[in-house]
Design a protein around this ligand. Structure first.
Ligand SMILES: [Zn+2]
Length: 343
C-alpha cells in the first residue's frame, strides 16, 4: 500500500498537483489540519527508501518520511509493526525512530465563502427539479425511505428534500467552477449521482451546499457532496439557545422535527469538519453544546476537538445505535433524549 492509499484509508482526500517524481499530491495534514501543506509523492523511489513513496508537511514535518514513517507518526506504530502492516521487510539495521511532530498550532476559525453565483443558480435548479421528482411517481421509493427514517411528509417538504433519478456529469464550467484535473490528469466533472437530494441553506436562505445520498445498492461512499459547494459549512436548524451537534444532515433534520423547540440542531456534514467563524461565534454563545457525533471511532476522535475548543460542550452520544436515526428506529424517544441532554 502506498502513502496516498494510506492517507485515503484514513479518510483524507489528496489532489494531484504536479507531475514531479511520478506525481505529487497535496491535501490537508492529518496532524495540523492546514488545508494544503501536506505533500505526498506515492511513486517516489530511492535506494534508501521503502516502496510506497514519501510524504511531508511543511509546517509540522518539514522533512520527507516514508510509508512506515506515516504509520509511525500518525498511527503511533513502532517501526517493526508498521513494516508488518505494510507487508514489507524492515530495512534499517537499527530501529528507526520517527522524529516528533512540531506542536499543533492553535485552531483559528475561518470565514466561510459562499459558492459562486453560477453554482448557486445551477444548484437551486437542481434542488427544485429534485423536489418535483420526489413528489412524482418516480420518487415513491425515496419517499418511503425517508419515511422509514422517521421524517414526516410535511417535514420532508419543509426541508426541500428531493430525488435525482439518474447519473449526470457536467463540465465544471457549466457550474461556474475553475477547471480541475483528477488523479489521471483528466478534467474533473460535477457528478450528480442518483439518490436523495439534501440541500443545505444558510441563515439568509442562500444555498450553501448540496449532498446526495446515493441510491445504488452498496455504493461507496454512500453520500457525495456536489462539487463547488461550501463543503464544510454546517447545516444550522432553528434558533433555540442550546445546540445539538450531529454528523449527518438527515439526522439533524429528524432531531429538528422532533425537538426543534428544545435545541438548535447542527449537522457538520463530516466528523472532521470544524465550524466557520460565524458558526463558532454562535456555538460559543450557547448555554450548552451537546455533541452527538456518530458513536463510533471517528466520532469519538472528533469529539476531542470540541472538548479542546469550546468550554460549554458535553459529549452526548445517542444511548442506542450509532446516530439519532438509528436510535429512533430502535425505539428511543428523541424528544425525551434531547430534553434530558439540555437540562
Ligand atoms: Zn502538519
Amino acid at each position: 500500500m502506498n502513502i496516498l492509499e494510506l492517507y485515503q484509508r484514513d479518510g483524507h482526500q489528496g489532489k494531484r498537483e504536479a507531475s514531479t517524481n511520478g506525481g505529487t499530491w497535496g491535501g490537508h495534514c492529518p496532524h495540523c489540519g492546514g488545508r494544503d501543506r501536506f505533500r505526498i509523492q506515492p511513486f517516489f523511489s530511492g535506494s534508501n527508501w521503502h516502496e510506497g513513496g514519501r510524504w511531508s508537511c511543511n509546517r509540522c514535518y518539514p522533512r520527507w518520511s516514508d510509508a512506515p514513517g506515516y504509520l509511525m507518526v500518525f498511527h503511533r506504530m513502532t517501526y517493526p509493526d508498521a513494516c508488518r502492516e505494510l507487508g514489507i521487510e524492515p530495512k534499517r539495521r537499527q530501529e528507526f525512530q520517527a522524529a516528533p511532530l512540531a506542536p499543533r498550532p492553535a485552531w483559528k476559525p475561518e470565514d466561510a465563502a459562499p459558492p459562486p453565483s453560477t453554482w448557486q443558480k445551477k444548484a437551486t435548479d437542481f434542488v427544485a427539479c429534485g423536489e418535483k421528482n420526489l413528489w412524482s411517481e418516480a420518487g415513491a421509493e425515496a419517499k418511503a425511505y425517508l419515511k422509514s427514517r422517521g421524517l414526516s411528509r410535511n417535514f420532508i417538504k419543509f426541508a426541500r428534500l428531493g430525488w435525482n433519478p439518474e447519473t449526470q456529469f457536467d463540465d465544471y464550467s457549466v457550474w461556474g467552477l475553475p477547471p480541475e484535473r483528477n488523479e489521471k490528469g483528466n478534467p474533473r466533472k460535477v457528478w450528480l449521482a442518483p439518490g436523495i437530494v439534501i440541500p443545505v441553506f444558510g441563515g439568509d436562505g442562500q444555498l450553501l451546499r448540496v449532498k446526495i445520498r446515493r441510491s445504488e445498492p452498496d455504493s461507496k461512499p454512500k453520500y457525495i457532496a456536489i462539487a463547488g459547494g461550501a463543503a464544510t459549512s454546517f447545516m444550522v436548524l432553528g434558533d433555540a439557545a442550546a445546540v445539538v451537534v450531529v454528523e449527518a444532515e438527515l439526522d439533524a433534520l429528524l432531531l429538528y422535527q422532533e425537538a426543534g423547540d428544545l435545541a438548535t440542531m447542527i449537522a457538520t456534514g463530516s466528523a472532521q469538519f470544524k465550524p466557520s467563524a460565524e458558526a463558532f461565534a454562535r456555538l460559543k454563545k450557547a448555554p450548552a453544546v451537546l455533541v452527538a457525533l456518530d458513536a463510533e471511532q471517528s466520532g469519538y476522535e472528533a469529539w476531542k476537538w470540541w472538548r479542546d475548543n469550546l468550554s460549554n460542550t458535553r459529549f452526548c452520544p445517542v444511548p442506542v445505535g450509532k446516530d439519532p436515526t438509528e436510535a429512533h428506529q430502535k425505539g428511543i424517544d428523541l424528544r425525551a433524549w434531547v430534553g434530558a441532554c439540555v437540562l
